[in-house]
Write a new protein. Structure first.
Length: 269
């Protein structure tokens, strides 16, 4: 029979080798997948950044973004199933580069590594409360950089305007008597700054459009998306994440040739 001390030594050696192997395996997985450092570092909280989508959720053109029809009923068929008639740009959704370009990436062509992003949140909520047509300007980006450091490669830069809390009613579209909508967005010069001076791959807003509501030429869309960067619109939960340090995981759809589509978006904090 082995001495107890010998057995304990063997166990310690086995556990030590197991820990080394586990650490090495984790590092290898992170390296092979090209995972951003924030993911490799781990997170403790998952925040759902996605609005629930139903036929009452506001859309840019005011028409329902989804129709849900029952196909199978549990009482009759033993299981439930539904058919969805779904608009690509309804609810929390992705704008693929193809949305505003002739030959940009379709939603199924967005690289997987670009869907896991360090999240940078630019807070303009106080300003938006007084001016619904406010825009994220290059000065706002410079101020964010001064407070938080450089915007990292592969980042998603998000505007927090406080608009997500309006999603349950007409205040989300905020249209005036002439039908012009009023909500915040990114200024086109901010899009140019992000393209020219950072490695950001995504831009996100908690409103219906990357451009602010009164826009008629979609200048920000035309600058940002043709550069093969993508957008996220109608994001929720930006009041629950820090200005920097979270990682965004974008569950973009993958239908061939799509200009975008509803997405389940999560933040790891």
């Amino acid at each position: 029979m082995c001495d107890v001390r010998v057995m304990n030594k063997v166990k310690e050696r086995m556990l030590s080798r197991r820990d080394v192997f586990a650490a090495g395996a984790a590092a290898a997985v992170a390296t092979m997948s090209g995972a951003p450092p924030a993911v490799a570092g781990g997170h403790g909280v998952v925040v759902d950044m996605t609005h629930v989508l139903d036929d009452g959720f506001p859309t840019y053109f005011g028409t329902p973004g989804i129709t849900i029809s029952r196909v199978n009923d549990f009482a009759e068929d033993g299981f439930n199933a539904f058919a969805l008639d779904l608009g690509e740009h309804a609810g929390t959704h992705v704008d693929a580069p193809l949305h505003f370009s002739e030959d940009g990436q379709a939603v199924n062509e967005i690289p997987a590594r670009n869907l896991v992003c360090p999240l940078c949140v630019v807070d303009v909520a106080a300003r938006a409360a007084d001016d619904p047509d406010t825009q994220v300007t290059p000065d706002d980006l410079s101020e964010w950089i001064g407070a938080n450091g450089e915007i990292p490669d592969g980042a998603c830069v998000a505007m927090h305007s406080g608009w997500a809390g309006r999603a349950g009613g007409d205040g989300f579209r905020n249209a005036d008597d002439g039908g012009v909508m009023h909500f915040p967005g990114f200024h086109a010069e901010s899009a140019r700054m992000l393209i020219e001076e950072t490695g950001a791959v995504a831009m996100a807003v908690d409103t219906l459009s990357l451009d602010h509501g009164p826009s008629r030429n979609f200048a920000t869309h035309h600058v940002w998306l043709p550069s093969n960067r993508y957008g996220i619109e109608c994001l929720a939960g930006l009041d629950r994440v820090p200005a920097f340090g979270a990682t965004l995981v974008v569950g973009a759809p993958k239908h061939r040739g799509g200009s975008g589509g509803p997405a389940r978006v999560l933040a790891l904090v």
